[in-house]
Structure formats: structure tokens, C-alpha cells
Design a binder for this molecule. Structure first.
Ligand code: NOJ
Length: 579
């Protein structure tokens, strides 16, 4: 079958995260002081990723905003999380919901004003919450002043802020675009008779990182936010910034090693070291880039402390395993174990099961049927918050929000996904088949409004939400879960508290047990004489694990069923024992 747009995207992301990953076991960081065991606030932090458009609308226009977030700071604080990562809030024509920035120092009017931002940051700091900004600098919007200038003439001083190919040289060598309706990353612009490059949408021209002036503009812009007091940066799609600009023809089968051919060229380390020198080293900020390179070596080169680049890797290999047809738990365990072991001595990882580019956690990784949604959500959050690495919780996953089950193409709002739909239709797929797949995997599934209460529109807005609310908001919402001690929300808070109380869950050595068990994910975490056992039944059937660890006298530290755990784990049962 012809490879479709998102299949390629997934392959590309997988490539960014997995090639050449060799397992390396036998590390014991209870003995040796390594950079992984060095204590840092950003390692101990729990990150809450919040999609501003969908979190809380304060003015009834149907779009979440900064004042809305401000209204909910007590809620964020009550979760026990430390850091809030905001998806882009800059001025943008919103071709890709803010990932197309037209002014890096301005706030999108739909979200509010710079005054609102300053007030929000101040209020967050007063509550002990930190804020991480999403920095989108592989590309800008075509409505950014730099691009307007750049396209205006070949000798404009901003011309080299972007990648141009003069048309008199013929057509440029093919490059794949992830979001273009025809997948062509070069767009002809008649104004100067040249093509510009856009790895993402046609309105997202790629910035030219080889130009020192452009790089300086970006560092100055980051300093602008750091001076305001933001606590970190997430670098969007940054691996694409370092490209081979001799533009060689791509070899046959390049899709299988997409990143190797179109991204992650060695210059990336120079850019990051320069960024570290000019910005990151001067402030107490955390830094994470999307993706983790082509190999463990790449990932280490991005994040090992002595290299002075970034703080932590954000690898895609695991997140790409979930398919509508399901996934293999053995593979899931293998991937997480392999990455843990590769970072046991040096570097640091992010742990996540969902984000704004993926469908909902419980739908993808467990079971969102009414019978199991709650217990499965609690199980997944037990996993997320008991692995080594900084956990990233995506808004709503603390409640067990699931995919909304949209049935019509008009329910979806994401431009790139709509382009993908058109592409598939043009290539002969039946609309009902495309819609069925979208119901599972489209990233809009993870962008529906936060479910605050059983009031109209889940209490998200008094107007018409920009994307429909999941209809289960009458039973799945914050207000109800706050009152119910057995709710997903209360469980999430307890799990965050446990992580805070037990440093072993942050820094402890991880050991996989009963690796071949098809239903149970079992592991221990050990740190400074403390040992914890984590048992997670990832299936809807009773299961046992052969861990060789005695639990008769162990203390149950957390458990997602109301009755005592036994040797047989019930469907999606999760328990952590203190040994
Ligand atoms: C990755 C972001 O996570 C995604 O949402 C965005 O569409 C692309 N980068 C382009 O910026």
C-alpha cells in the first residue's frame, strides 16, 4: 500500500528516536555517582503539558486563553505538578494552531495580551509553579515580517533567513513535506521566481540556521522570555534545523531513515552549544528538544551534562508503538527498558504517553470502555509517574479523558490532518475508512476542551468551543472527581505525592522483571537502600507476574483497586510495594 502522510510522519518520528539503539544493561547507579544521579529540580519535577486553546476560556469566544489558565492556577497547584509547559501562545495566523509564529515577542490576541502573560507568570511563581515556553524556530509563519521581507526581493537583507532555490536552476531536489497536501516541501513563489522550503505546512517556511544573524535573533528572542522569568524552553522540531543545504538528491528508500537524510546534521550541536552559551547557561531554565536524534549516541550528544547542550531527551520510539490495531506489551517494555538502560549513567529522559500530537492516553495505551477507563487511566499514570526520567502529564489525562469518537470530517479542525484526509481521498481511500482511522489516531482527539464540570460545554466556555467537547463530560469532569476520593484525579494526585516522597522513583535504578510476561509490566526502582516494586497489569484479564520478589510483608504504597491486592492482578490493576 502506498505510504500515507501520517504513516510517513510516524516513520520519521520513529527514525528520530530509534535507529542504532543498542541495549546496554548492568548499570548500578546506587554505587557510582553519575550525571543521571545528580540531583536537579528539573529531574524531580512533574511537568503538566497544557494546550492553551483547550484549557479554559475566560471571555466566551470558545478559545482557551491566558486569563482562563490564571483562573485555574489553584487547580494546577492542587495536582502537585511543578512545571507547566504551554504550547505556543505567540502571535500567529493559526495555520498550525500557533506552531506558525508571526511574532515571537507578541501574544496571540485570542489568548490575551502581554500584560496577561506577565500577570500569569507572576501568579504562577507566587504559587511555586514554573512555566516552560514552546520555542518554534525550525520555521516561522509566512506572515512573519522576516519572511515578508525575505520573499520581497533576492537582495533583501532577510533573504538568507530562509532557504530559497532560484527557479532558473530548474526544480529543486525533492524534499518531503510533513503537512503539505501534496507532500512537496518546495513551494514556488513567483515574486522572485524561486522556491522556498517548508518541511511542515506551506505557511511554515523553514528558517535558515546557517545564517548567524538569524541565530542571533533567536537567542535574543529567547533571552527576552528568559528575562521575563520563564523557567524553560521546549524546542519544537529542532532537529530539522540542521539540514544538508547542498540539497543532494535523496537516495531510494530514504523514507526509512528520513531523519538521517533531512535532519540532525552535525551542525545541530554547534547551534545548541551556542544557544547554551548565550542563553541557557545564563538562567536557571530547563531545556528539552522534541525528538532525540537518530541513535543513542545522538541522544547523548544532545543531553549529556558535560556537552552543554540540553537537559533532557524526548524520544519518540515508544509513543509510536500504539496503533489502532493495538500494540505489543513486550515491545513496549523492551523500548522503555532499552532507553532507561542507555541513560542510566549519563543524560536524562522525558517520560510521556501522550501530547498534543497524539490521541488520548487511555484510548491508545489501555482501554477507554466505560468498564475499564478509570482503572486503566490510574494504571497508566502509575507507570508514567514511577519511571526514571521527568514525567510529562498531558492535560485531561489526570481525569481519564479519552478520544471523543468524532464521526464526521467537519468535527476535525487540525489543518494538517484535514490535508491528510484530502490526500488519502485523492489516492483512492474510502472516506469511511479514513474516518475510522482518524477516530483512533487523529491528533485532534487529544485537543478537545478540558472537562471542568457537567455544566454546558464542560464548563470550558460560555460560548461555542472551537472544537467539540467530548460528550462524556457529564460524568468525566474535574468537579465530580474532586469530590470522589476514588476518582482518577485523586489517584493522580496521590501518585504525584508518592513520587515526591520517594526519591527512588526519580533517581532509582530500574530493573525489569519477568520480561516475557505478555500482560504484566513489572519492575523495581532502587535508591539509597530503598527498593520499590511496581506491578502493572496492562490487560483486561487477570494476570500473575513471576517477579521472584516476596510481597507478603511489603507495604502497599499505592493501589488502584479498593480491595487489597493479591498475587493475581485484576484487569488493569496497578500496585506499588515498598519492600
Ligand atoms: C511539532 C509539534 O509538536 C506539532 O504540533 C507541530 O505541528 C509541528 N512540530 C510543526 O511545528
Amino acid at each position: 500500500m502506498k505510504k500515507t502522510f501520517f504513516t510517513l510522519l510516524l516513520m520519521m518520528l520513529a527514525t528520530l528516536g530509534m535507529l542504532g539503539c543498542n541495549s546496554n544493561t548492568g548499570t548500578d547507579n546506587t554505587m557510582i555517582q553519575t550525571d543521571s544521579s545528580e540531583q536537579r529540580w528539573w529531574k524531580e519535577a512533574v511537568v503538566y503539558q497544557l494546550y492553551p486553546r483547550s484549557f479554559k476560556d475566560s471571555d466566551g469566544d470558545g478559545i482557551g486563553d491566558l486569563k482562563g489558565i490564571m483562573e485555574k492556577l489553584d487547580y494546577l497547584k492542587s495536582l502537585g505538578v511543578d512545571v507547566v509547559w504551554l504550547n505556543p501562545i505567540y502571535s500567529s495566523p493559526n495555520d498550525d494552531n500557533g506552531y506558525d509564529v508571526s511574532d515571537y515577542r507578541g501574544i496571540m490576541p485570542e489568548f490575551g495580551t502581554m500584560q496577561d502573560f506577565d500577570a500569569l507568570l507572576k501568579a504562577m511563581h507566587e504559587k511555586g509553579l514554573k512555566l516552560v515556553m514552546d520555542i518554534v524556530v525550525n520555521h516561522s509563519s509566512d506572515e512573519h515580517e522576516w519572511f515578508k521581507q525575505s520573499r520581497s526581493s533576492r537582495d533583501n537583507k532577510y533573504r538568507d533567513y530562509y532557504h530559497w532555490w532560484p527557479a532558473e536552476k530548474g526544480k529543486p531536489p525533492y524534499r518531503y513535506s510533513l503537512f503539505d497536501v501534496n507532500h512537496d516541501a518546495w513551494r514556488y513563489d513567483s515574486l522572485t521566481n524561486a522556491y522556498y522550503l517548508h518541511y511542515f505546512g506551506v505557511k511554515q517556511p523553514d528558517l535558515n540556521w546557517e545564517n548567524p544573524k538569524l541565530r542571533q535573533e533567536i537567542y535574543d528572542m529567547m533571552k527576552f522570555w528568559a528575562e521575563k522569568g520563564v523557567d524553560g524552553f521546549r524546542l519544537d522540531a529542532f532537529q530539522f534545523a540542521a539540514k544538508d543545504t547542498t540539497w543532494p538528491e535523496l537516495p531510494k528508500g530514504y523514507e526509512k531513515e528520513f531523519a538521517k537524510h533531512v535532519a540532525m546534521k552535525p551542525a545541530i550541536h554547534g547551534y545548541l552549544q551556542e544557544m547554551y552559551e548565550q542563553v541557557l547557561s545564563k538562567y536557571d531554565v530547563m531545556s528539552v528538544a522534541e525528538g532525540a536524534g537518530n541513535s543513542f549516541e545522538d541522544a547523548h550528544n544532545l543531553v549529556d551534562a558535560d556537552r552543554k547542550e540540553l537537559n533532557m531527551a524526548y524520544a519518540f520510539e515508544a509513543i509510536d508503538l500504539a496503533k489502532s490495531s493495538g500494540y505489543d506489551l513486550l515491545q513496549f517494555k523492551q523500548v522503555f527498558s532499552k532507553w532507561d538502560s542507555a541513560f542510566a549513567q549519563k543524560g536524562w529522559l522525558s517520560i510521556f504517553l501522550a501530547n498534543h500530537d497524539n490521541a488520548r492516553m487511555v484510548t491508545r495505551w489501555a482501554n477507554d470502555s466505560p468498564e475499564y477507563r478509570e482503572v486503566a487511566t490510574k494504571m497508566l499514570n502509575t507507570f508514567l509517574l514511577s519511571m526514571r526520567g521527568t514525567p510529562y502529564c498531558y492535560y485531561g489525562d489526570e481525569l481519564g479523558m479519552n478520544n471523543p469518537g468524532f464521526t464526521k470530517i467537519t468535527d476535525y479542525k487540525d489543518g494538517p490532518s484535514l490535508n491528510d484526509y484530502t490526500y488519502k481521498l485523492n489516492n483512492g481511500m474510502k472516506p469511511e475508512d479514513i474516518l475510522k482511522e482518524m477516530q483512533f489516531s487523529c491528533r485532534d482527539n487529544g485537543r478537545t476542551p478540558m472537562q471542568w464540570s457537567n455544566a454546558a460545554q464542560a464548563g470550558f466556555t460560555t460560548g461555542v468551543p472551537w472544537i467539540a467537547v467530548n460528550q462524556n463530560y457529564t460524568t468525566v469532569n474535574v468537579a465530580m472527581q474532586e469530590k470522589d476520593d476514588n476518582s482518577c484525579l485523586q489517584y493522580f494526585k496521590r501518585m504525584v505525592s508518592l513520587r515526591k516522597a520517594e526519591k527512588a522513583l526519580v533517581y532509582g535504578k530500574y530493573t525489569l522483571l519477568d520480561a516475557g510476561n505478555q500482560q504484566v509490566y513489572a519492575y523495581t526502582r532502587e535508591w539509597q537502600g530503598k527498593k520499590l516494586l511496581v506491578l502493572l497489569n496492562f490487560s483486561d484479564k487477570p494476570a500473575t507476574a513471576n517477579t521472584g520478589v516476596k510481597t507478603a510483608n511489603a507495604k502497599v504504597l499505592i493501589h488502584n483497586y479498593s480491595t487489597t491486592p493479591s498475587a493475581t492482578l485484576r484487569p488493569y490493576e496497578a500496585v506499588i510495594y515498598g519492600l
